[in-house]
Design a protein around this ligand. Sequence first.
Ligand SMILES: Cc1ncc(COP(=O)(O)O)c(C=O)c1O
Length: 403
Amino acid sequence: MQTLQLNTPQHNIGHSDQPFLPFTKPSLDEATIQSVVEVLRSGWITSGPKVQAFEAALSQRFGGRTVRTFNSGTATLEVALALAGVSPGDEVITTPLSWVATSNVIVRAGATPVFADIDPHTRNLDLDLAAEAVNHRTRAIIPVDLAGLPMHRGQLYDFANEANLRVIEDAAQSIGASSPIANGGTAEIGKTGDFISFSFHANKNITSSEGGCLVLPDDIDPALCERYRLQGVQRDADGGMDVDVFGGKFNLTDIAAAIGLGQLAKLDEYTARRRALAKHYFTVLTERAESLGIGLPQADSAHSNWHMFQVTLPLNNLAITRGDFIRAMKALNIGVGVHYPAIHLFSAYRKLGFKEGMFPHAERIGREIVTLPLFPAMQETDVERVCDALDMVLRPQLISRLA
Ligand SMILES: Cc1ncc(COP(=O)(O)O)c(C=O)c1O
């Protein structure tokens, strides 16, 4: 049994002898574990037949589009930027509320990240603000589907086509989600669009431990993509070789691809489970949210893959900090994450000239946001436990009653 002591008038705000509930956990079945063992025994453990099979399976999932895998979502974005022709002097518009990889890759390409604030309801890029950021140097836009809630692809591509921008969808969090598209109807993320980048990091909806993949647009040569993935090397039949671009070392291993194949087969099952758990969060939390002053995510269970269930804390009306809240939940054996502080306020970005006050919605949400546990192996009773703990931790700390 654990007890939490807080430096507030209310000292003992909870305890738990229930098992630790992390905010996320991969589900890996026995068949997947066996397939990794087979790769290890096969004598070929780097990129090989499993990578090819994984790319073929991903391509099938994305309606026959060309797909190439990489050893991380970050590497995937880096190669996408190179293929999109983003180079020094170019500007790339993106969101300040994402994992910092989204904008680090822009800086590493020698280009300039241009942030536009988010819509506080979706917590994704506000396209009207993105439109104000366009100028003659703007080359591309990297939208992010935070928590798996997709940006509206119809509106996104109307905007990008009008502004003549390449789109590199950072769909790291939105595999299995879908969105309305320009010509009407709805499409799964990855089936339509320009470049679409996914991550298979361990905490994503499907994982290969580390990894990522890029869905390529028709105007890009897959062989060039492969060269960016592996040092730019091009071999000929006589054992000779040339290097025509400065590629990296970004290839996925067969060990990782075996995990990815097992996971991809389960994507629909996992997505359905996440949607059911998110729905349960809404059922349990919606009434309490008002009296606790917490901000719920946009209720879009039809299109989101519910990568994360994130709420905002009413910090201005609380006697405790977000750190205190996280520690209190941990004392109740519940893991809570922070995804993410606003990128432009990191010291490396401040050195580029970004300052507090530039993107107020991202800054506020970046301060107040917390990620509650959500993963396919959770039970409805776990959701209830999280909501009860949230209530138990927050309610005594409210400075004034809200409702
Ligand atoms: C929005 C976003 N972009 C990019 C990445 C980078 O992916 P990876 O960690 O696989 O490099 C992640 C995941 O970590 C992410 O959540």
